[in-house]
Design a protein around this ligand. Structure first.
Ligand code: SIN
Length: 280
């Protein structure tokens, strides 16, 4: 398709794309090829790219409008960009639990483009999990049980003064100030992907707090089970970063986790997110 080569990385999801220089003004046909690869594989990876902030934004805009993350918009720097930095000695990092990005929003981001500026020689991989496959592999009984459920998503675990990470040693700061206000929205536990029509599990450890109409305690056993089920090893792939690599994930059907295993090295990434739709 459009002169690009797509090599699957794992059975469940993920593909590396070759033959594209993302810093160039790409043709519509190449962009369509990249989009098709994203829809087919859930997360796609490119290596050896030279992307400054402007080129990164230009590329992102070919797939949608840029999403501004309310909890990383601290009034300094560029609100369209989140710099994800890990320094030696950090006890916490951004994205260390299995999650879908920013699901407390009424319209969570459609996807994200994460670019590696500086990476350790080993460690700091990112893991991804296919939530359409996780849904498909549930029993018919479980599918029927969760079909009518909605889950409440809140950002209280990742932002605000009472968040468990507010006082942690973490180089990337979020809104931990007293003026921060919680955002919460309920989404279907099973969403339908707006482009592929696939049904996907849509609950995650960073944001999901309980089923609508039930207490958090009542929700917990089933919610924990669903969240853990979603990242069984057979639903995952793992990407080893190199400087200049870029990952582009479909946030509607993929969860991810940044592995917190780096010792003694910086890891510097630049993330730009794309606006999404209401979850149905
Ligand atoms: C994220 O959760 O968006 C960050 C992933 C990473 O740094 O690998």
């Amino acid at each position: 398709m459009a002169g690009i080569e797509v090599r699957p990385l794992a059975t469940a999801l993920g593909a590396e794309i070759f033959g594209v220089d993302l810093s160039r003004d790409l043709t519509d046909s190449v962009i369509a090829g990249i989009r098709q690869a994203l829809l087919g594989h859930g997360v796609i990876f490119f290596r050896d790219q030279l992307l400054d902030v402007d080129a990164h934004k230009r590329l992102t805009r070919r797939f949608g409008e840029i999403f501004i993350h309310p909890n990383f918009n601290l009034g300094v720097g560029d609100p369209e960009v989140v710099n994800i930095v890990r320094k030696p000695g950090d006890t916490h990092i951004v994205g260390e639990d299995w999650h879908t990005d920013t699901t407390m929003m009424a319209e969570p981001p459609m996807g994200a483009l994460l670019y590696a500026i500086d990476v350790p020689p080993v460690g700091g991989d990112t893991l991804f999990a296919n939530q359409a496959l996780a849904y498909e592999r549930l029993s018919e009984g479980m599918k029927a049980l969760i079909a009518p459920l909605k889950c409440v998503h809140s950002d209280r675990m990742v932002a605000g003064p009472n968040s468990p990470v507010a006082k942690a040693k973490r180089s990337t700061k979020a809104r931990f100030d007293d003026d921060w206000r919680e955002t919460r929205n309920a989404h279907p536990v099973v969403r339908t992907h707006p482009e592929t029509g696939a049904k996907c599990l849509f609950v995650n450890h960073s944001y999901s707090i309980g089923f609508e109409g039930m207490t958090e305690a009542e929700s917990k056993p089933l919610l924990d089970w669903l969240m853990d089920w979603g990242h069984r090893p057979e639903f995952t792939c793992r990407f080893r970063w190199t400087k200049g690599a870029l990952a582009f994930w479909d946030n509607r059907c993929v969860k991810h986790l940044a592995l917190h295993d780096v010792q003694g090295h910086d890891r510097v990434m630049r993330r730009i997110q794309i606006k999404g739709d209401a979850v149905v």
